[in-house]
Design a protein around this ligand. Structure first.
Ligand code: ATP
Length: 364
């Protein structure tokens, strides 16, 4: 097992003089045996970060440390990492047995007998013993993914790196493989770094998640913590489905009451004591409300018009409008709505998120 430390890591790609800063001053400590997930939109620098940890990409500046060894200039093969890719990268002309043993055969450290023993042990761990004689073309996507995992873990890596390994699988299989990967990781007790653009997958899998945007690390923490206490508007909007609602409001605090005035008929008044954030010094704030925190009330609250209702089973996702601004609510499906209905919505003060309008930083 080993910890991983990224210290002030920058990556600038410079194809034909057009510099792209793919990773900007990344600092993160990944603990021994941890399952850490990098998550963020396409192009935010996740894959580049993973490839720098693997040694497949050089760092422009900064350093990468495994345990107490600085590996910044150590070649990939000598870092003891195993990587699993989205497209599996299996050799089509080789059997599963040969594919899994391939990396071991490249090294002179293992006897043929030892390789056989390890390949069989690994195949058993993944439940693919019966496929050892098949070629990749004869296997389903899920089976190919298992072979790719097998090829990575057979070498007993100190660090396990996975780049969107499940994106080519259908939804049901993806769920099964998530559990499988976590089971393997616990069993092998190996420090693992996983990359995905899918926030649901990140939340379901990570001991901690590291949210990235435009090359910069936004926040790192356990999934629930990052979800409930986002550092800024980007993180708040990226996690959760449907996304958090954001409303720009003016705010006035008089006699212990805060009054938020937003678009259309959006007006919200609550005692300042009931709000978790301090509003001192702000005359405008961005209010964030998660769809699951929207409730329908008989009187009071904010009047809105129902524009779309999406049935989701026990809940409906309801799109609401006021003053040209759309709000989304997740409402128990016992409440009946039709398009064009006018209803009133409300939210508990504790459920409001407040952000600085200019910087998007959470107001603490
Ligand atoms: P995706 O999920 O789409 O793979 P990502 O978050 O993994 O995105 P990266 O692939 O790390 O992002 O890319 C980060 C930025 O660096 C992007 O702007 C990308 O276009 C750029 N980039 C990546 N690889 C190279 C390269 N070899 N040469 C030049 N620019 C690159």
């Amino acid at each position: 097992m080993t910890s991983i430390e990224l210290e002030s890591v920058d990556k600038i790609y410079d194809p034909s003089g057009q510099a792209v800063q793919a990773v900007d001053d990344m600092n993160i400590s990944i603990q021994d045996g941890e399952f850490l997930v990098f998550v963020g939109p396409s192009g935010c620098g996740k894959t580049t970060t993973l490839r720098m940890i693997a040694g497949l990409e050089s760092v422009t500046s900064g350093s990468i440390v495994f345990g107490d060894e600085d590996v910044t200039d150590v070649r990939p093969r000598e870092r003891g990492v195993a990587m699993v890719f989205q497209d599996y990268a299996l050799y089509p002309h080789m059997t599963v047995r040969k594919n899994i043993g391939f990396g071991l055969r490249l090294s002179s450290d293992y006897s043929e007998q030892e390789i056989e023993r390890r390949v069989e042990e690994t195949a058993e761990m993944l439940g693919i013993e019966d496929l050892l004689g098949d070629r990749p073309g004869e296997l389903s996507g899920g089976q190919q993914q298992r072979v790719a995992l097998g090829r990575a873990i057979v070498r007993d890596p100190t660090v396990f790196l996975l780049d969107e390994p499940l994106s080519n699988l259908d939804a049901k299989l993806r769920d099964d493989m998530r559990k499988e990967i976590l089971r393997l990781q616990r069993e092998l007790d190996v420090t693992s770094v996983y990359v995905t653009h899918d926030q649901t997958e990140a939340m379901a899998m990570g001991d901690r998640i590291a949210v990235m945007n435009e090359g910069e690390l936004q926040q790192v923490g356990p999934p629930e913590e990052v979800y409930l206490d986002p550092a800024n508007e980007f993180v708040a909007g990226f996690l959760g489905s449907p996304s958090m609602n954001f409303l720009e409001t003016s705010v006035e605090s008089v006699d212990g009451t805060a009054r938020f005035d937003g678009p259309g008929e959006f007006t919200y008044e609550r005692s300042i004591d009931s709000l978790s954030a301090t509003l001192e010094g702000y005359d405008r704030v961005t209010v964030g409300i998660r769809p699951e925190d929207v409730s329908i009330v008989e009187s009071g609250g904010v009047p809105v018009e129902v524009t779309v209702v999406e049935a989701m089973g026990d809940e409906n996702v309801v799109y609401l409008e006021t003053g040209g601004v759309e709000l989304t609510g997740r409402i128990d499906s016992h409440v009946r709505f039709s398009r064009g209905d006018r209803v009133r919505i409300d939210f508990a003060p504790d459920d409001l998120y407040l952000f600085e309008p200019e910087t998007g930083e959470a107001i603490e």
